[in-house]
Write a protein that binds this ligand. Structure first.
Ligand SMILES: [Zn+2]
Length: 376
């Protein structure tokens, strides 16, 4: 089964770490669609030679890799699967595998905790959306979540056909026909409301030929209507694959626009000295204190730093020992750590692509839940 990636899975991963700051977790991401079979072997050898000096860690690495390879040998590619994410640690007796309906880049990382950034990014980009395909006689409802296409319902309208017309006047026939169509669309709308609510659909696309899709839009209740991102012309018998991929493109485009809107909101808040922080130091502190409602991160942005897993301190730069508790530290990407802290506190994370304003603001920023009182 493909994984329906929910925020609670990512939150669970974000809460796992090695309290002695040992590099005891392996995170493996594989692009299944264009599988490079040598990738795992290559990275395995590299990491193995780096860990050679540390007996405990190299043994952990070997055993965790054996768990991973056992899984890879046993599990076949699912229909629609594009990616795979595995997190494993032998010391912590930890193993999680996610079959993804979304594309990922190959990555094998050894770290003090599961490396969740690519998953968090997928969860942001691939929000569940609903798709309604209809004309005046037929309808299909889909919910697409984590790249997984769920087929919800299909209908055929028992419409009055021309051959039933009999001795009816043209006007009467038209009236009856319109009544039947309205009734049909109303039924579909009622189900859409129920099904989309239950699947936490946040975006809706309506597709079809002719006028039915516009009449349909007009009868939807306002809270459903406000989720519509596009209405597209599409033949009812169009191949499902093409329909879904077109809808996915629209949703990704909409997601990009949304993240740009968030950056402008951040900018406006900063100009008014309002509910916002920016730059690594300010944002990092607010994330750790759980003060941020929405964390904005530039997509490829990384900052070299260190973490003390014992007392959960993170900072940029290089430090072998924690200045607060004296424990051993580990080298990390500070942005990844911010993402993990944000997941733990149910902070929404928005990944922003190539945005000059956010880059200027230090690559990270956040909207605050409230304005913290000034420090005395
Ligand atoms: Zn410490």
């Amino acid at each position: 089964m493909l994984t329906d990636l929910r925020n609670r899975d990512i939150k669970e991963l974000s809460e796992v770490y090695d309290s002695e700051s040992r590099d005891s977790f392996i995170s493996l991401y594989l692009d299944i669609a264009s599988l490079d079979t040598k990738f795992v072997r290559r990275r395995r050898n590299t990491c193995k030679s780096v860990l050679k000096e540390d007996k405990e860690l190299s043994e952990n690495f070997e055993k965790a890799m054996q768990m991973i390879e056992g899984y890879l040998n046993k599990n076949e590619r699912e229909k629609g699967q594009q990616g795979l994410a595995i997190f494993a640690s032998n010391i912590h007796n930890f193993f999680r595998a996610y079959k993804l309906g979304m594309p990922v880049e190959n990555l094998l990382i050894v770290d003090t905790s599961p490396y969740i950034r690519p998953l968090a990014r997928l969860a942001d980009e691939y929000e569940a959306f609903g798709l309604v395909l209809l004309d005046s006689q037929r309808a299909k409802i889909y919910v697409v979540s984590s790249g997984k296409v769920g087929y919800k319902k299909r209908y055929a309208n028992d419409i009055i056909n021309r051959h039933k017309k009999g001795g009816m006047s043209q006007a009467r026939f038209q009236r009856l026909r319109k009544g039947a169509i309205d009734h049909f669309l109303k039924n579909v709308a009622e189900d859409v409301e129920k099904l989309f609510l239950q699947d936490e659909v946040v975006k809706i696309i309506i597709a079809g030929s002719g006028n039915a899709k516009l009449s349909f839009k007009n009868i939807l209740p306002p809270h459903i209507k406000s989720k519509i991102v596009d209405i597209i012309d599409m033949d009812f018998d169009e191949a499902e694959g093409r329909l879904i991929s077109q809808a996915e493109e629209i949703v990704l485009e909409d997601e990009k626009e949304t993240s740009e809107k968030y950056v402008s909101r951040l900018r406006d808040e900063i100009l008014r000295n309002g509910l916002a922080v920016h730059g690594l130091k300010e944002t990092g502190e607010a994330v750790i204190k759980g003060q941020i409602e929405l964390l904005l991160v530039s997509k490829g942005y990384k900052i070299r730093g260190w973490i003390c897993e014992k007392c959960q301190t993170v900072d940029s730069g290089v430090k072998d020992k924690c200045p607060y508790c004296g424990s051993r530290t580990a080298e990390v990407d500070v942005i990844e750590e911010l993402i993990e802290f944000a997941e733990r506190t149910d902070t929404k994370i928005e990944f922003v692509e190539d945005n000059p304003i956010l880059a200027e603001l230090g690559g990270v920023g956040g909207m605050l839940r409230f304005k913290p009182p000034p420090v005395e």
